[in-house]
Design a binder for this molecule. Structure first.
Ligand SMILES: Nc1ncnc2c1ncn2[C@@H]1O[C@H](COP(=O)(O)OP(=O)(O)OP(=O)(O)O)[C@@H](O)[C@H]1O
Length: 240
């Protein structure tokens, strides 16, 4: 479980115009479930995802990881209740790489390199053998029907293909938790429904899914275990 306790994120803290984007959020995200963060633009969904995914630190409050596999915590005690908010940067980086896979709104594929190279990218800092990574990346691309596009520059891919490359990239380090930020924002209804089906297959393998979205195809999906609604950086509703 990922446990947030009174998490606050204030941008420009200490400056003339501080802005509190996340304002005292307490939330428990069980492993193995699909949790949706829903809310209007600017409600703090992306900010919250970056805090949970160890990409930024909260201004105050704590985030604990309870019960992660030891392999996800290299050099760290795997005991219960690891508090990530106060860990030194090098540990945060390790947890980010091994525990989380990210799918961004614009997919954030690197233009000018191939689909295969994009999928391999998150493994670069791990120093893993390139041939092994390449095999795994090709397997993933094959699984998503993209074998023929492996060598293609990502700029040439269709929206749906680009999305599946982004999903393959999120999976390359076999993360326990997949974080997706408005993953269907640039997809039509059919591709959005396909995306949710894909998420369903990951959930079936025991992965934890955390998706920020204001797309009803996502937050009304029967796959969602819980929908957390945010407004002005605060939780206003949790269903069920
Ligand atoms: N780096 C930053 N510096 C200052 N303010 C920021 C920064 N990042 C986000 N904000 C502000 O924090 C608020 C929450 O932003 P955030 O991106 O988390 O919302 P969101 O719910 O994900 O919105 P959207 O659905 O439009 O992506 C917004 O008002 C935004 O302008």
């Amino acid at each position: 479980m990922i446990e947030l306790t009174q998490v606050v994120k204030t941008y420009h803290a200490g400056l003339a115009t501080p802005f509190t984007a996340v304002d005292g959020v307490s939330l428990q995200i069980p492993f193995g479930q699909l949790t949706i963060l829903k809310g209007p633009s600017g409600s703090g969904k992306t900010t919250l995802l970056t805090l949970i995914g160890c990409m930024a630190r909260p201004t105050s409050g704590r985030i604990h990881l309870h019960g992660l596999p030891a392999a996800a915590l290299p050099g760290l005690p795997s005991g219960d209740g690891l508090e990530i908010t106060s860990l030194p940067e090098r540990f945060l980086t390790g947890i980010r790489r091994r525990t989380f896979g990210f799918i961004f709104q614009q997919f954030n594929l690197i233009q000018g390199i191939s689909a295969l190279e994009n999928v391999m990218l998150p493994t670069c800092p791990t120093g893993e053998d390139a041939a092994v990574v390449r095999r795994r990346a090709l397997e993933l691309l094959g699984r998503f029907g993209l074998s023929r596009q492996a060598g293609a520059a990502v700029g040439r891919l269709s929206g749906g293909e680009a999305q599946r490359v982004a999903v393959a990239r999120a999976l390359i380090n076999d993360p326990a938790v997949i974080i997706a930020d408005e993953p269907t924002a640039h997809l039509d209804s059919r591709l959005s429904a396909e995306f949710m089906e894909l998420m369903g297959t990951f959930k079936a393998t025991g992965r934890t899914l955390l998706i920020a979205s204001h797309d009803p195809i996502v937050y009304e999906s029967p796959l969602a275990d819980r929908v957390v609604t945010l407004r002005d950086g605060r939780i206003t509703a949790t269903t069920p």
